[in-house]
Design a binder for this molecule. Sequence first.
Ligand SMILES: NC(=O)c1ccc[n+]([C@@H]2O[C@H](COP(=O)([O-])OP(=O)(O)OC[C@H]3O[C@@H](n4cnc5c(N)ncnc54)[C@H](OP(=O)(O)O)[C@@H]3O)[C@@H](O)[C@H]2O)c1
Length: 235
Amino acid sequence: MNTPGGFGQYIRVPAAWVVPLPAGLTLRESMILGTAGLTAGLSVDRLSAAVAPERGPILVTGASGGVGSLAVAILAQLGYEVLAVSGKTDAGPFLKGLGASEVIGREQLANQRDRALLKARWAGAIDTVGGEILAAAIKSTESEGVVTCCGNVASAELNLTVYPFILRGITLAGIDSQSCPMSRRRKVWSHLAGDWKVTGLEQICQVVLLEEVSGRIDRMLQGRLKGRTLVDLGG
Ligand SMILES: NC(=O)c1ccc[n+]([C@@H]2O[C@H](COP(=O)([O-])OP(=O)(O)OC[C@H]3O[C@@H](n4cnc5c(N)ncnc54)[C@H](OP(=O)(O)O)[C@@H]3O)[C@@H](O)[C@H]2O)c1
């Protein structure tokens, strides 16, 4: 993250940083997945180790974003019922096309600060936004559920009591794709290229030219993008 060269065609880095392209993925597919795919995969890996599909639905927040949309697609492919939380009123067809069974408006998870626990509604959650939405996701998770946390687009604050943890045994699992061990990276990339491979990756992705990146980043920061952006560096 602290190394320049992100939009270059070539970058020289220590060999220990590099994951070989797994069989089953093209270079283009690997870049549509990118860090968002690795992060969604690490989240699914943590959640699926403890919560089987039979346990009930899984909530995904920031669902139309890069990490969220890939998490929805991977979970649906693994047989989970997926509840997708989105702030975009027009995201329904996109999210249902990825395999979500229900789309929940973001506002439904906001403003739940006064309650320490809420009615249990899902077996686990993959949160990409933080703040009040993550807090509400934890408070509505069934006993022994797992909630993963990777992002802070809504807020870096997390206001909770200990009750979800001591009365329902919820696990809050942090996801850090930057420092995760190489063995776990390779394991997740091999899933992404094999049994978790997302069909229709091209439909999640829009291609832009290098000169369009700045405007695209503005729209991303405004939370207006869906899915992933691939930058065409023009050969
Ligand atoms: N821990 C790690 O290793 C790791 C790795 C990669 C990314 N991240 C972090 O994970 C988060 C998601 O990354 P991404 O690549 O998926 O980003 P992204 O493509 O920009 O998607 C973020 C999504 O969050 C939702 N959102 C935007 N503004 C919001 C707000 N104010 N309140 C609530 N929801 C909001 C939107 O989805 P809806 O409109 O559908 O709600 C948006 O599409 C970021 O914070 C990123 O920095 C962490």
